[in-house]
Design a protein around this ligand. Structure first.
Ligand code: SAM
Length: 346
């Protein structure tokens, strides 16, 4: 049996791996067994079904200055926007008609979306679409705020931990942001009862096999319901503009490893993956991912939510994004489903 095969079998059975095994899986020539096994495991849990989430990018204002991000506070030349409550509800309405049963509201950390306003929006969506899941991805907030939004009807929260290595975290963020606070937020979200998503960029500056190993061990301990990973893509005008982009192949392998560590996890094939490779999302699905997030944001603002350079799908209407996703998934043997797509606990 090849070394890769033996490691994959152990990984599948023990749901764990050693740093040496991770090294082999990240550096081996091809790793087909890893990807195929991860896909089989995903099929075993979720079948040939891919969940779609309607992404609504509600604001590109942000008080943070993350060194990698194209909408960071000090990024010059960004046309800042925020959607009105009506625009958000109308994106949901459009999405509902197109078959979406999860709405993901994502944005920079924008004080305009304070607790009162955000709670009102969540409540309105909850009242109108009682059969839909509401996912928030609005960064770090207080525990009270997370609780209010949960009580108003939000079900899920995506907050990438970005890296589980404190020193690495500090090299990606300005002094006023803290690793401990990020981790506190994730813990709060879990304790409140959200289905929680953590995650990281693959190939962020300063990332190493050792920090990736910490990320995987963090995921094992934290047991999130969702994990969002995508390649780091350099954004012009940020301190990391000259850094190398993350690798598609490495991202795909990490998706497969995460599927084997947490067979039930909801795992998106991200837009960043599709940006670096026209077939990136398909490759992600074939290595165990089971979620895609087409964009429902109004087209006139799409280009302004540029976290990184050359982001795809910035010109397509929601319906086009929906159809294109369905077509792409069908081409590789998968059906997109109209379903809330909740986490399946054992
Ligand atoms: N403000 C919220 C937060 O911090 O979770 C949500 C928005 S934030 C822009 C969403 C994610 O985009 C981040 O967690 C980060 O991993 C990713 N991101 C930002 N800049 C990126 C880049 N240059 N390349 C790839 N992903 C990036």
């Amino acid at each position: 049996m090849s070394q890769e095969k033996a490691i994959v079998e152990r990984l599948r059975d023990r749901r764990d791996l050693t740093p040496e095994e991770l090294h082999v899986l990240l550096t081996a020539e091809d790793c087909r067994t890893l990807k195929e096994t991860a896909r089989e495991v995903a099929d075993g849990v979720y079948g040939k079904r891919i969940f779609i989430r309607g992404l609504i990018e509600i604001s590109n204002h942000c008080k943070n200055d993350c060194l990698y991000c194209g909408i960071r506070r000090s990024q010059a030349g960004v046309k800042r926007y925020r959607l009105s409550e009506e625009e958000i509800l109308s994106a949901c309405e459009k999405g509902y008609r197109l078959g979406f049963r999860t709405f993901v509201m994502q944005g920079g950390e924008d004080g305009w979306f304070d607790d009162e306003r955000t709670e009102r929006i969540v409540r309105s969506i909850r009242e109108k679409y009682s059969d839909c899941a509401i996912t928030l991805s609005l960064g770090e907030r207080s525990r009270e705020s997370y609780q209010r939004l949960y009580d108003a009807g939000a079900n899920r929260y995506l907050l990438r931990h970005e890296t589980a290595d404190k020193g690495h975290y500090e090299s990606l963020h300005p002094k006023e942001m803290s690793y401990d606070h990020r981790m506190r937020c994730l813990q709060d979200l879990k304790e409140i009862g959200y289905q929680v998503g953590c995650g990281f960029m693959v190939g962020s500056p300063g990332q190493s096999e050792a920090t990736l190993y910490e990320d995987l061990q963090f995921i094992r301990r934290f047991e999130p319901q969702m994990v969002g990973i995508g390649p780091f893509i350099a954004a012009q005008g940020t301190p990391f503009e000259k850094e190398e982009n993350g690798s598609v192949e490495r991202t795909v392998r990490l998706l497969a490893i995460i599927r084997l560590l947490q067979p039930r996890v909801l795992l998106p094939a991200t837009t960043a993956l599709g940006t670096l490779d026209p077939l990136g999302r398909e490759k992600g699905i074939l290595a165990g991912a089971n979620v895609v997030m087409p964009n429902l944001s109004p087209v006139e603002h799409r280009k302004d939510y540029s976290l990184y350079d050359n982001k795809i799908c910035t010109g397509d209407e929601a319906a086009e994004c929906r159809n294109c996703t369905e077509y792409k998934m069908r081409a590789i043997g998968y059906e997109t489903v109209v379903d809330r797509g909740d986490y399946r606990s054992e």
